[in-house]
Design a protein around this ligand. Structure first.
Ligand code: PMP
Length: 376
């Protein structure tokens, strides 16, 4: 077994620092059975990779600012951090019946703001904690810089603790008076899926939560992944609930389609998909290379008609899909792994990430997508 590394932990009870698992146990960083996130999915996270440069072997975090940005948005969406517009919410929603309710003797009582708990986070603070977590783990020998690492920041609603440190049971769905935890783990993680065989999950999904990197999404997403694996496939393709079953994404990846007419398609951001950091990167790389990428709905039938398809994601990379099966229609399709447009993109994507030579048009994008981890 790989030994667990050093974990950064910060909570709204005033504990903050870098700990081994044993130190966490000793410091009273208690995991209780009443952790809100376990029951109600009140967690958000990020999946980040640091990749060694092919030549210098120095470690670079990919699309760092995009991850931090998405993490801040996810925390705000689940109200783990103080919403910027908390005071404005009622106004914005125009609760115009409030006066009428008061006239009828129904009193509206808002929770006492003093009892609400929020994580106090800044982008700089998160970035520093991630960098320091990597440095400490490398120093402690959890993994080697030249192998690269996967970084998992997570924030969640914990149990409800009082001043003396006593906790729950507290199982109401309302979570804003529960403590909040922010943690970072980093570890070595090889490739996630290799030229995956995919199957289309029979039930569609449509929810605004899929725009957020929330733990709760992986209830459904995890079900589709397990369903695919149980049936001998590597990954599930998710569709929406429309009759055309528009393709959305994989359980942990965004998706790109290469049509027989030389078009590159990817679902539109307004659909129920995660705004992938690598989706964005692939679109920019392709556009710089003079390829046209159209963001629009892709009916399942059109997906089956495509020449090639690929997944994008931090854990996955930009990875061609080998085939797709749809149990609902019993249709099966083998994609062309040699599609020249896709191959060019796969090559450029890999070179961009590993600091290798890219086309001149992508040199600036390469520079701005990589943040060096200073090891000292
Ligand atoms: N969709 C889902 C559901 C995911 O879990 C992921 C992985 N984070 C992605 C898309 C790809 O996102 P990213 O490119 O930021 O890794």
């Amino acid at each position: 077994m790989v030994k667990p590394g050093i974990i950064y932990h910060k909570n709204t009870r005033g504990i903050e620092g870098f700990f081994t698992e044993e130190e966490m146990a000793k410091s009273g960083i208690l995991k209780t059975p009443f952790c809100h996130a376990i029951h109600y999915g009140t967690s958000v996270f990020e999946g980040i990779r640091a990749i060694p440069d092919k030549n210098t072997k120095e470690l670079y975090i990919m699309t760092f600012d995009k991850h931090i940005n998405r993490f801040m948005n996810s925390m705000e969406y689940l109200v783990l951090t103080k919403p910027k517009d908390m005071g404005k919410v009622a106004e914005d929603l125009k609760f115009s019946h409030l006066d009428e309710m008061l006239r009828r003797g129904i009193k509206i009582e808002k929770p006492n703001p003093e009892t609400l708990k929020f994580l106090n986070m800044t982008e700089e603070g998160i970035s520093y904690a991630i960098m320091e977590n990597i440095r400490r783990n490398i120093r402690a020998g959890s993994y080697k810089a030249e192998d690269g690492c996967y970084i998992r920041p997570i924030a969640y609603r914990d149990d409800k603790f009082d001043e003396e440190g006593n906790h729950g049971p507290s199982l109401g769905v309302f979570s804003l008076n529960h403590d909040v935890v922010f943690e970072i783990e980093s570890f070595y993680w090889g490739s996630y899926v290799d030229t995956p065989k995919t199957a289309v999950y029979p039930e569609g999904v449509d929810t605004p939560l899929r725009h957020v990197k929330a733990g709760a999404n992986y209830g459904f997403g995890g079900r589709t992944k397990n369903w695919a694996k149980i049936n001998g496939f590597d990954e599930a393709i998710l569709t929406d609930t429309a009759q055309e079953r528009n393709v959305l994404e994989g359980s942990g990846e965004n998706i790109f389609v290469f049509t027989k007419y030389g078009e590159i398609l990817t679902p539109h951001m307004s659909q129920s998909i995660l705004p992938g950091t690598k989706r964005n990167l692939v679109i920019q790389i392709a556009k710089n290379l003079g390829m046209k990428v159209t963001e629009r709905k892709i009916p399942l039938e059109e997906f089956f008609d495509a020449g090639a398809a690929a997944f994008s994601g931090t854990a996955t990379g930009f990875e061609p899909i080998s085939c797709v099966y749809d149990p609902k229609t019993n249709k099966f399709k083998v994609f062309n792994l040699k599609c020249p447009q896709m191959q060019e993109l796969v090559e450029e994507y890999k070179n961009l990430l590993t600091g290798d030579k890219v086309h001149e048009v992508n040199e600036e994008l390469q520079r701005e997508s990589r943040t060096k981890v200073a090891i000292y």
